[in-house]
Write a protein that binds this ligand. Structure first.
Ligand code: ATP
Ligand code: MG
Length: 632
């Protein structure tokens, strides 16, 4: 057995010993009485009875040793602002912000909704909230008022924190006016108070007397105020965060405090290899789970500097991220395949312009990392590129290669092995039996879920069980709703979502398998495959592909020839059963705001149905292109 297998086995077979040792990574105000309390499955309590605080671990704890070290480095390519905060400055901003909140009546257990662009105040607000034992609910700044309103209704926040505006690609996007609309829509659940961080980007935002408060004014008033840390029991909720909504059903994930801090701290050693004093650069947004875990909490708990970036990866030029890696000597970088595909379309010289020697590894998560993109970036950077598979629900990776435990090879197309703490199984959907090597199944986790994973659906314990633990009636296993396959070495490959599985004449195919085959064709930059109803076969695959060189589309003959070539490519790789009935060429795919392909909407349009809930859609152009393609 390899060292890693042994390590993983111990985490599953002796969870109390394993996690008891890991718990020493964080500060406990009061020691826990039990590592794992599991008398009401699938609910579990990690480090029961222990008292801690997420903000204390992320900020105050570092003051003794690294007060003058950078904690937060902020760069906005939208506004040109670039500013660094030391741990001492971060402590001052956060404890002052917490005092401001306290003065507005916010205390333990109250919800604070944060609807903000990527500015330092957003992170101060998150940390200030958990400092008080209050619960944050960050709503991604790109969501419109209706989506924001449903999240306000669910969380019923006492306080809402926002900004006048965000900026994207040089365009000002108003926030405050959307908040005003959402507060109207939310009715009685609307927050009592709104704090506005005015960046001076939008025209003088409306300020509702008695409700709306200006942050700069409050900051002056409370200049010398510092709120103390509120110690909370380990299982006290730290935050609520909605899943991305790719399936049209966002779920309010509730997270604990102590377990989350311990799990994140452990990943910094075992997965990311980040060390205190170094710089961690995650290109995500605080509105997503990657932003919560790997922009804010994990780097700060670990005493690193976190690089917070507002802007696009290609503005002012496609070298901006690499320029920042060089300037701040980032050692760990975390991004998403969708962003890498954008960069791949640019001149490769941008990657060679900068000194990237500080970077030890690049991590990617959020959707399947296609093989051409993985190959390209690995060969360009010449450092390990690691695919992390996880979900909002888990809060930290479920599948990857844990190089900090034992360096093991990566395999193209596979995130790797089950991460310690996760007893991952591939199960047959109907029988619930474990499937043999090389057979497809649902990715499931035998509970208890490890520390830091979701505690429940916010205020809906019943929904937690009915959504996640009811795939098989008799056995309460956690279902990821993703489909996968495993090789003889135990490496997993994600085949797509169980919702998206394509059933062709009784053969079940993952969208991913066909997508990989299509994107193996040199002309294809990106592709989505969906199953479309067919009277004869049940379903047939259809592909929607973005070309590297869209000028081909102007020539109908070339276009038809290319479609044939792509179909032949799939046939040669997967057999005729997987053949796309059609390959449509589009300039853009419809994606969620977190960069995930909205296959359910593509499928609906291809079947002539309504595309469904589009509140998470990023840019309507992609969807329009699909509509035009299937109607032409
Ligand atoms: P919702 O649950 O609301 O429909 P969502 O599942 O897209 O939205 P997230 O929690 O942000 O919300 O995304 C997790 C999902 O993203 C996973 O379940 C999986 O489908 C996909 N995913 C994440 N990382 C990877 C990866 N490395 N490889 C393949 N798929 C991934
Ligand atoms: Mg999901």
């Amino acid at each position: 057995m390899s060292d890693y297998q042994e390590f993983h086995r111990r985490s599953i077979e002796q969870p109390e010993a394993f996690w008891g040792a890991e718990a020493a990574r964080i500060h406990w105000h009061k020691p826990y009485t039990q590592v794992l309390q599991y008398d009401n499955p699938p609910f579990r309590q990690w480090f029961a009875g222990g008292e801690t605080n997420l903000c204390y671990n992320a900020v105050d704890r570092h003051l003794a040793e690294r007060a003058e070290q950078a904690a937060l480095i902020y760069v906005s390519s939208e506004t040109g602002v670039e500013q660094s905060y030391t741990y001492r400055q971060l402590y001052e901003e956060v404890s002052r912000f917490a005092a401001i909140m306290q003065a507005q009546g916010v205390g333990k257990g109250d919800r604070v909704l944060i609807y903000m662009p990527m500015i330092p105040e957003a992170i101060f607000a998150m940390l200030a909230t958990v400092r008080l034992g209050a619960i944050h609910s960050v709503v991604f700044g790109g969501f419109a008022s209706a989506s924001l309103a449903t999240r306000i209704e669910d969380a019923a926040p006492k306080l809402l924190i926002t900004a006048d505006a965000g900026m994207r690609g040089g365009k000002v996007i108003a926030y405050k006016s959307l908040v005003d609309e959402a507060m109207e829509l939310a009715g009685s659940a609307a927050a009592d108070k709104v704090i506005l961080v005015n960046r001076g980007l939008a025209e003088a935002p409306m300020m509702k007397p008695g409700r709306d408060l200006d942050y700069a004014t409050l900051r002056e008033q409370h200049w010398n105020d510092r709120a103390e840390v509120e110690w909370v029991e380990s299982n006290h909720p730290s935050y609520i965060l909605y899943t991305s909504g790719t399936t049209g059903k966002p779920k309010g994930v509730q997270r604990d405090t102590g377990g989350y801090a311990v799990a994140l701290a452990s990943t910094m050693e075992y997965i990311y290899g980040g060390k205190p004093g170094e710089t961690y650069f995650s290109t995500s947004d605080i509105g997503w789970v990657v932003g919560h875990s790997y922009i804010v909490y994990a780097p700060l708990i670990s005493g690193m500097a976190t690089l917070v970036y507002e802007g696009l990866p290609i503005r002012p030029d496609p070298g901006i991220w690499w320029q920042l890696v060089e300037k701040y000597r980032a050692t760990v970088m975390f991004s998403a395949p969708t962003a890498l595909r954008v960069l791949k379309k640019q001149d490769p010289e941008w990657l060679h312009k900068y000194d990237l020697s500080s970077l030890r590894a690049l991590f990617l998560a959020g959707e399947p990392l296609d093989e051409p993109t993985a190959e390209w970036i690995s060969s360009e950077l010449k450092i390990p590129v690691l695919d992390n598979y996880w979900q909002t629900e888990t809060g930290w990776p479920m599948l990857t290669v844990c190089n900090g435990v034992q360096p093991l090879p990566t395999k193209l197309g596979s995130p790797g092995l089950p991460v310690y703490g996760y007893n991952v199984k591939l199960l047959n959907e109907t029988t619930g039996e474990e499937v043999p090597v090389g057979e497809k199944g649902v990715i499931a986790v035998i509970p208890p879920l490890p520390p830091g994973c979701m505690s429940t659906v916010w205020r809906q314990d019943e929904r937690f069980i009915s959504t996640y633990f009811s795939l098989f009636q008799d056995r309460k296993v956690y279902s990821s709703f993703d489909w996968g396959i495993r090789d003889a070495d135990g490496y997993f490959t994600i085949l797509g979502r169980t919702d998206d599985v394509i059933n062709v004449a009784g053969h079940r195919l993952g969208t991913r398998e066909i997508e990989e085959a299509v994107s193996g064709h040199a002309a294809i930059a990106e592709v989505a495959v969906v199953g479309v109803h067919d009277t004869l076969k049940g379903q047939v695959p259809q592909a929607f592909a973005v070309l590297r060189d869209p000028s081909v589309l102007k020539d109908p003959e070339k276009k038809a020839a290319l479609e044939k070539e792509v179909i032949a490519k799939v046939a040669s790789q997967l057999g005729a059963i997987a053949n796309p009935a059609r390959v449509y060429f589009v300039n853009q795919l419809p994606k969620t705001r977190s960069g995930k392909v909205l296959r359910r909407s593509i499928q609906a349009l291809a079947e002539g149905r309504d595309p469904g809930d589009l509140t998470t859609l990023d840019d309507p152009t992609g969807l329009e292109q699909v509509r035009e393609a299937v109607q032409s």
